[in-house]
Design a protein around this ligand. Structure first.
Ligand SMILES: Nc1ncnc2c1ncn2[C@@H]1O[C@H](COP(=O)(O)OP(=O)(O)OP(=O)(O)O)[C@@H](O)[C@H]1O
Length: 753
């Protein structure tokens, strides 16, 4: 049969989420035939040989020949727009025609396709009558009654949450977690999310608010449930553009899905127009980085043609910036990359300062190195009244943080949140020591990253005021453009960027934000930042509003983890129990609704009597994970010494390993080993967190602050907790936590069972 009313030229062929998962499971020869099919079909669906024909009376579901045995099942969206939903053996299609269900979900407005036969056979593994209506839950369990998982809900309630209606009768038959997880595998994505949440015991209304509401069609929007072309835009589907696109979807498997199937919540955040700075929060693995990358691509696609780089993509460190670059390349290709400046935030600050002062050859040091300089200074000066930690913080947070340049400024400086008050006389002493410290750094040719960031912020703020002044003058003179030239330099003075996208936003300092704010004009879509304050591991708490980055009303949160299993997530959340977190803007934040649809083994918790014995536990655990490449596993420990010791023990036992340095893993091969700080933004299939013992996590010195500086004590505890949380949420499939001696206090909620 020919496609009536369809133009004879090429067709649009789309692929529905999950159809790809089914196709990859077919024999290689059939997958090959699918490649050829999509190529030919896109060119001309009417070509002979496809035997394209509608399967049911409504003209919506069609079958096309892939090879002698297999058929592609396609939904016709309209004209020559087709959605590939499945590839099945022709016998299966023939026998189960009345079991192939499809429709537009009344709540989410998305297209759904379900093969009820497959679901029932695979999920319930028993013959079921093909009842079309929802059965009375109690009536379907013969013999000893197994509790039905969803007996407390009725069909209407489930449908209102957006559960795919054809699946509701099956849902009512589920009795075990295993069956539920099986169903989730085959069900439309949203159905899986809702059911798992209900099964976790989350109240109905909460599931509605957290899972359904974000993807529900706006009740104001009169949506036409016959408009399949509009519905496909609300669905997770991708247009197959060329021969390689389907191939790359199938070959990259789960690892490439982030490029193609954004969650509707992610998709909205990527494509929205924001009237000013916007922030996306959310727990680990919810796709914040993915959203940032798609956002960059979206912004670039809106730019007029050109050769400049008006979009800045920045993050906390070099390692993460390199990762963003390679992922953006893979998402958008060299054309997108060509319009984006990717630099980590300290590199950016260094460049700004370098431009203003090209002769500067100072060596940059980090917070830990600066603290050592403070210690040495106090020892050399025989100064015992002040602790190096305290002075270092005072210098970073008050003196540098508020750009204090004189003694009198320091006397007036606000010291909110510093925990301990200081008298005027003490301020005088501190100021004197701070001056000696800066001199010391100068003499040694050193400069801290914080100093550089602060100078960069000042320089950029100066540049911004010049631009604004010139802009005002230009307007006064009726729009003359030549006043835009920077005095003396001949260079055009303009904002460095049009859009800035920031990843790992929770760890940027006030100076970084001041610098970034000044680099981009305050217009729509100016700053887009993603981050999670539960993962803040550097001491940089900021209130964005006070730094000119006003995110109020433009803050959203992602809640579905794509990385971590539900089992790991539950343990990781246990680590954060009972602690408050901020939203980067002075208000509270939380991880409400944070969830996963992935499933795996329970995390393993194992204590040893000594470090030596614990090292053996690590070797045993790696041995048990022989089914996974070494590079897909990592060991995270609290200290650098422990990194060396673990590497040594593994070497003795013939296990190759590689250390994660500031610049990423030293080598390609081997189990990755690093301190907790190094794991920010990374992910592994299997993780061991070792040394999670009292005295190490948190380190014993933290307790000394409890009496002398309670504010600092709380901050340090929070940081140690976040470090453990970050480490625990790097694991995709399996997590083992070990310790020797007494387990860390942070593990109490987990070890309590
Ligand atoms: N829509 C999606 N489809 C498939 N995979 C996804 C999707 N979104 C995210 N992922 C995957 O989930 C994992 C976590 O994503 P990402 O790194 O963006 O999370 P994150 O929120 O930035 O995490 P963290 O806060 O821990 O750094 C990645 O492996 C990513 O590829």
């Amino acid at each position: 049969m020919t496609v009536t009313g369809a133009p004879t030229a090429g067709a649009t062929l789309r692929l529905l989420d999950k159809a790809d998962k089914e196709i990859v499971k077919l024999d290689r020869a059939i997958v090959g035939a699918v490649y050829k099919f999509q190529h030919d079909f896109r060119r001309n669906p009417e070509a002979g040989g496809f035997d394209l024909k509608p399967l049911k009376g409504d003209g919506r579901l069609w079958s096309a020949r892939v090879n002698r045995e297999y058929r592609a099942l396609l939904l016709r969206l309209g004209g020559n727009d087709w959605l590939l939903v499945s590839v099945k053996h022709r016998g299966h299609v023939h026998q189960n025609l009345d079991r192939l269900a499809y429709g537009i979900n009344q709540i989410t407005g998305a297209i759904e396709y379900v093969d009820l036969q497959v679901v029932e056979e695979s999920v319930l593994r028993r013959e079921l009558t093909a009842a079309a209506d929802a059965p009375e839950p109690a009536a379907v369990s013969p013999g000893p009654v197994e509790p039905l998982l969803f007996a407390q809900y009725d069909a209407r309630q489930l449908a209102d949450l957006g559960v795919a209606e054809p699946l509701i009768p099956v849902v009512f038959r589920l009795t075990t977690d295993e069956e539920l997880l099986g169903l989730v595998e085959y069900a439309p994505r949203h159905t899986g999310e809702v059911l798992l949440r209900l099964c976790d015991g989350v109240p109905y209304e909460q599931v509605k608010a957290e899972v359904t509401a974000p993807v529900a069609v706006d009740p104001e929007e009169q949506f036409d449930d016959e408009d399949w072309q509009a519905a496909v835009d609300r669905s997770q589907a991708v247009v197959i553009t060329d021969d390689e696109s389907l191939q790359s979807i199938l070959e990259e498997g789960d690892f490439g899905r982030w490029k193609i199937f954004l969650h509707p919540t992610q998709d909205k955040l990527v494509h929205r127009t924001y009237s000013g700075p916007a922030r996306v929060g959310g727990g680990p693995g919810t796709g914040k980085t993915i959203v940032a990358l798609h956002r960059v691509r979206h912004l670039v696609e809106q730019l007029p043609p050109g050769h400049t780089k008006p979009v800045l993509l920045t993050t906390f460190n070099k390692n993460l910036a390199a990762d963003l670059r390679s992922r953006l390349l893979s998402l958008g290709g060299p054309e997108i990359l060509a319009r984006v400046d990717i630099q980590h935030v300290d590199q950016l600050a260094t460049r700004v300062v370098g431009e203003a002062d090209p002769g500067n050859s100072k060596r940059r040091i980090n917070d830990a190195q600066a603290l050592r300089e403070w210690r040495d200074l106090l020892v050399e000066a025989g100064e015992k009244r002040w602790a190096a930690d305290f002075l270092s913080d005072e210098w970073n947070q008050v003196i540098l943080g508020q750009a204090v340049v004189s003694r009198s400024d320091y006397f007036r400086a606000r010291r909110a949140g510093r925990g301990r008050s200081v008298s005027r006389a003490e301020r005088a002493e501190i100021w004197q020591l701070a001056e000696r410290f800066t001199q010391r750094l100068d003499t040694k040719g050193l400069e801290t990253h914080r100093q550089v960031a602060e100078r960069a912020a000042q320089l950029e703020m100066g540049r911004k005021s010049k631009i604004d002044r010139r802009e005002a003058e230009r307007e006064e003179r009726g729009g003359l453009h030549n006043v835009h030239v920077e005095a003396g330099s001949g260079a055009w003075l303009r904002y460095r960027y049009r859009h800035i996208v920031v990843d790992e936003a929770q760890d940027l300092s006030a100076a970084h934000w001041k610098m970034l704010r000044a680099m981009v004009p305050s217009t729509s879509n100016d700053i887009f930042l993603v981050g999670d304050t539960h993962q803040r591991i550097y001491d940089n708490q900021v209130t964005l509003g006070s730094l000119g980055v006003n995110i109020r009303g433009r803050s959203s949160r992602l809640t579905l983890s794509y990385r971590t299993t539900r089992e790991i997530l539950r343990s990781a959340l246990g680590v954060l129990e009972g602690v408050d977190y901020d939203d980067l803007d002075g208000e509270a934040d939380n991880l409400a609704g944070y969830r996963s649809v992935l499933h795996g083994p329970q995390p393993v918790l194992r204590g040893a009597r000594s470090w030596d014995e614990e090292l053996d536990l690590l070797v045993d655990q790696l041995g048990a994970w022989h089914d996974v490449p070494r590079e897909a596993m990592a060991i995270c420990v609290p200290t650098n010494d422990m990194v060396t010791q673990v590497a040594y023990r593994l070497k003795q036992r013939g296990i190759e390993s590689t250390e994660i340095t500031q610049d990423g893993p030293r080598h390609e091969e081997g189990v990755h080993i690093g301190t907790m700080y190094r794991f920010k933004g990374l992910e592994y299939r299997r993780m061991i967190i070792a040394g999670v013992a009292e005295g190490l996590v948190p380190r014993s010195s933290v307790d000394a602050w409890e009496r002398t500086d309670p504010v600092r004590y709380r901050r340090e505890l929070q940081r140690a907790r976040s470090l453990l949380f970050v480490a625990a949420t790097r694991a995709r499939d399996a997590l083992t936590i070990t310790w020797h001696g007494e387990p860390s206090r942070f593990l109490a909620p987990l070890t309590a069972g």
